[in-house]
Design a protein around this ligand. Structure first.
Ligand SMILES: C[S@@+](CC[C@H](N)C(=O)[O-])C[C@H]1O[C@@H](n2cnc3c(N)ncnc32)[C@H](O)[C@@H]1O
Length: 218
């Protein structure tokens, strides 16, 4: 039997009106994580980071999936309402995982402390192709507006990925075809982070994929 999707009904509260509601992209990421459950249990992560946690659905799901191991999941978002929503979602889980939330841009001030220590990194970025000016114009836009090729926000994180991951660390990323997934795979491969498309699904006009990257252990 599959794991339950975390309860995010509190998003109906108007204080969460700017928070991205779980959608097909969110669920595809949950499916990719669930497919890897046995691997994640046989080699349990200690530190997991989700960038752009939104509702907290993915962080909470990963927490449930890792139970009964003792991981820390740090959920980051630039939207304060999202970090609040994430806190509420993760509090509703009943698992051994420790959850922390932080409102910041990417990992900003924590980069040096996290470098080389992130066992699982997750990002469902704002990936929609938009004019660059639409990025971050509002909390809502920050959830989806990705600028040129839908890559402008993601491209700020990519150079940090090889340095953040621990040896054998995993990075799960949501993309659409316009984001040029093969280019992302090629770019990270140059830095010893090997990626592949592990899941794909059509959702309306979007062709969603999950790319999974693993940092080499040598
Ligand atoms: C597509 S939503 C994904 C939300 C959630 N992870 C999910 O899968 O349903 C993208 C999220 O990233 C956040 N975000 C955008 N740019 C960010 C950045 N530079 N640093 C941290 N969070 C960011 C947005 O506020 C939004 O909550």
């Amino acid at each position: 039997m599959g794991l339950a999707t975390p309860d995010t009904r509190h998003l109906r509260d108007t204080k969460y009106s700017t928070v991205y509601e779980p959608a097909e992209d969110t669920y595809l990421l949950l499916d990719a994580l669930e497919n890897d459950q046995s691997t994640l249990h046989s080699n349990p992560p200690t530190i997991c980071v989700e960038i752009g946690s939104g509702s907290g659905c993915v962080s909470a799901f990963l927490g449930q999936l890792l139970h009964p191991t003792h991981a820390l999941i740090l959920s980051i978002d630039i939207n304060a309402a999202a970090t609040e929503a994430t806190k509420e979602t993760t509090l509703k889980t009943n698992c051994s995982t420790a959850f922390e939330q932080c409102r910041t841009r990417f990992v900003q001030s924590m980069f040096d402390r996290l470098a080389g220590g992130v066992d699982v990194l997750l990002f469902n970025p704002p990936y929609v192709v938009t004019p660059s000016e639409e990025i971050d114009v509002s909390a809502e836009a920050s959830a989806w507006a990705g600028g040129v090729d839908g890559r402008e926000v993601l491209d700020l994180l990519l150079p940090m990925v090889p340095r953040l991951l621990s040896p054998g660390g995993r990075f799960y990323l949501v993309v659409i075809e316009q984001n040029k997934p093969l280019d992302i795979i090629r770019q990270l491969a140059k830095h010893g982070v090997v990626g592949e498309r592990v899941l794909e699904r059509r959702a309306g006009i979007e062709h969603l994929s999950i790319l999974r990257f693993i940092k080499s252990t040598i």
